[in-house]
Design a protein around this ligand. Structure first.
Ligand code: S3P
Length: 661
């Protein structure tokens, strides 16, 4: 997906339901007896996986309308063994919380997920759940797929979180629901408390207490009878999703947005606080409570941002927001430091490295020192990069936001993961004034590149590298004439015999082009004779055009590709260099191959060859009118490749070059 520079974002929107709260709503509703109606549920892929997993465990979960769901709770103790593996997709929260939920059951549950989830550590939940009585068999000790065998008689525990993680805390609390006795989780840094809030909302008592050392202890007694029969729940908008349009509005000039109904639980609003410190014009108005959570509407306008230091203590309250904060920091004056964010390495992707690589590709200085990320801002970063999403929705959205305000558009290679948390993100952003457009391979023209140039200009090396880089087919058209020469040699025919040469040209196959004998000198001589025959060229012209039209994209190099063979090619390059530079290269190349030859004779050969090429009546060598002419005399192969690759990529990203849908 491409994100092009926007001239201003305006509007009034509601972001989708909170992902954390949505997972919990389905799971907790399954644990209270009777039916619960949930509205505003996030219908993202992650949450749908949780719904499906609950169904497999015997819970009746139904979608009854847009964001409206009904869960027929089975009560604590009412789940059944699943016959199938629970595939949690991309959802870390879904997987870890579900492990807590099935711990107090004497059956085995199998968990798996997508490649991103399978790479994430599960040891953090396996440790406390094992203490409660669960047994695990996991791939590579603590990775999915894993099997969890629960227990009929789980033990209540007191567990001090070694990492600040709401997922771990919640997994233990969910297991505690169906565990006799008091289970306590102690956290040094407070993490999001949606599980606690929702338990209370459903009438299940939770005790929260400050320890002497300032840590927070959360205690839950299992097997409670819910005191109050609250049977409907509204999920507020997700502040982690709101973060994307919000930062977009800050960095795209002439923007003003109102984001409605956003959860402003103080354990989730670290980003808002940080942005305000950076000078963001951002206000929360109309604060109220919905379903046990604080919500507000957020007004935001384009702002001049300045760098700040974000303390480690704030990390839990904005843990998912660092990718988009890093983008905001790229537009802020000065160097922003984000401390204590090592946890970013084990999110949906290694976000620390994803942010750094992505920002650098966009021309922004970014680096990590230990667990601190530094980003140096600019007034308007260059952008103009292709970002790898790595199955990470937040990396994808962050860099699409980056493209909205950069000088050049930004492309993400895979926008599909966005649907895990923010389905409809592109449409919503475009309705506000963003310019996101999809680039699906089926709708783009196949990439066809024509490269011409004199001998020893480096065009073959360049063509081969471009073909590998863009994943398209490569044809060295010089080898076609050599193949004709070789066939004639095998048939003992004279290359000047037109009839024989035409027949040989007609029978050329791809295997011929891989024959190592093509490089032999006598074959080269025959090739130069047949290549001067218009009839032979006509036959091979057809071969070359069919090759280019294969639909997969192709790169052809030769002497008349841009002018005669593919005059319609979208990309044409004429690679040249001074006679001396080419002679030096060829001389070095021959020496490298162990061929004893003096420089002067190489020079003389090339000069004669150039003269023949230029004087030739058919297909004389000259650049096409619309070719990029690249003189490589003073450049090495790497820099020539970089220059051409960039030229191609920049043009490819121009939307008008695409076939309309
Ligand atoms: C979540 C907690 C956080 C967060 C995740 C959702 C939750 O993970 O990154 O997106 O719903 O409890 P950790 O608990 O691993 O920090």
């Amino acid at each position: 997906m491409i994100s092009a520079t926007s001239s201003g974002l305006q509007g009034d929107v509601s972001v989708p339901g909170d992902k954390s709260i949505s997972h919990r709503a389905l799971m907790l509703a399954s644990q209270v007896l009777g039916s619960t109606r949930i509205t505003g549920l996030l219908e993202g892929e992650d949450v749908l996986r949780t719904a499906e997993a609950l169904r497999r465990l015997g819970v009746d979960v139904q979608r009854v309308g847009d964001g409206a769901w009904e869960v027929h709770g089975v009560g604590a103790g009412g789940l059944h063994e699943s016959e199938a593996v629970l595939d949690m997709g991309n959802a870390g929260t879904g997987a870890r919380l579900m492990m807590g939920l099935v711990t107090p059951y004497p059956f085995t549950t199998f968990f798996t997920g997508d490649p991103s989830l399978r790479s994430r550590p599960m040891g953090r939940v396996m440790t406390p759940l094992s203490q409660m009585g669960a047994r695990f068999v996991a791939r590579a000790h603590d990775r999915l797929p894993l099997a969890l065998t629960g227990t009929e008689s789980p033990l209540p525990i007191t567990y001090r979180l070694p990492v600040a993680s709401a997922q771990v805390k919640s997994a233990v609390l969910l297991a505690a629901l169906n565990t006799r006795g008091k289970t306590t989780v102690i956290e040094r840094e407070p993490t999001r408390d949606h599980t606690e809030n929702m338990l209370e909302y459903f009438g299940i008592g939770v005790e929260r207490r400050r320890e002497e050392d300032g840590a927070l202890a959360v205690t839950l007694s299992g097997h409670q009878n819910p005191a109050r029969a609250e049977r409907s729940l509204t999920v507020p908008g997700d502040p982690s999703s709101a973060a994307f349009p919000l930062v977009a509005a800050l960095i795209v000039p002439h923007s003003r947005l109102v984001l409605r109904n956003v959860c402003v639980n103080p354990l989730r609003t670290g980003l808002f606080d940080t942005l305000k410190e950076m000078g963001a014009r951002l206000t929360a108005v109309n604060e109220r409570r919905i379903g046990g959570e604080k919500v507000a509407d957020i007004e935001v306008e384009s702002s001049t941002l300045r760098a700040v230091r974000v303390p480690a203590a704030r990390a839990p309250s904005m843990i998912d927001e660092y990718p988009i904060l890093a983008v905001a920091a790229a537009f802020a004056e000065g160097e922003t430091a984000m401390e204590g964010i090592g946890e970013l390495r084990v999110k949906e992707s290694d976000r620390l490295s994803g942010i750094i690589q992505g920002l650098r590709a966009c021309g922004v200085e970014a680096r990590a020192e230990g667990d601190t990320l530094f980003v140096t801002g600019q007034k308007q970063p260059r952008g103009g990069a292709l970002i790898s999403t790595r199955l990470d929705h937040r990396i994808a959205m962050s860099f699409l936001v980056m493209g909205m305000a950069s000088q050049q558009h930004v492309t993400v290679d895979d926008a599909a993961p966005i649907a895990t948390s923010f389905p409809g993100f592109p449409a919503l952003m475009n309705a506000l004034g963003a310019r996101l457009s999809e680039r699906t391979p089926t709708r783009t023209l196949p990439l066809v590149v024509a490269i011409d140039g004199p001998a020893a200009s480096g065009k073959g090396t360049l063509a081969r590298r471009l073909a590998a880089y863009f994943g398209i087919a490569y044809l060295d058209t010089g080898s076609l004439y050599r193949a004709v020469g070789l066939r004639l040699a095998y048939a003992d025919a004279d290359p000047r015999d037109i009839g024989a040469a035409i027949r040989a040209a007609q029978s050329i196959t791809y295997e011929d082009l891989a024959n190592p004998r093509l490089r032999q000198e006598h074959v080269g001589k025959a090739a130069s004779i047949v290549s001067a025959q218009p009839e032979v060229r006509a036959v091979l012209l057809d071969f070359q055009r069919r090759f280019a039209a294969s639909g997969q994209g192709a790169i052809l190099d030769g002497r008349d590709i841009g002018t005669v063979v593919l005059p319609e090619a979208r990309f044409k390059f004429f690679i040249t260099a001074t006679l001396e530079a080419r002679a030096r290269r060829r001389h070095r190349e021959l020496q490298g191959q162990g061929v004893e030859v003096i420089y002067d004779s190489v020079l003389k050969d090339l000069r004669e060859r150039d003269e023949r090429d230029a004087a030739r009546e058919i297909a004389p060598m000259k650049p096409a009118e619309d070719a990029f002419i690249i003189d490589t005399s003073k450049h090495d192969a790497d820099s020539v490749f970089d220059q051409v690759r960039r030229l191609i990529e920049e043009r490819l990203e121009q939307p008008e070059q695409r076939i309309p849908a």
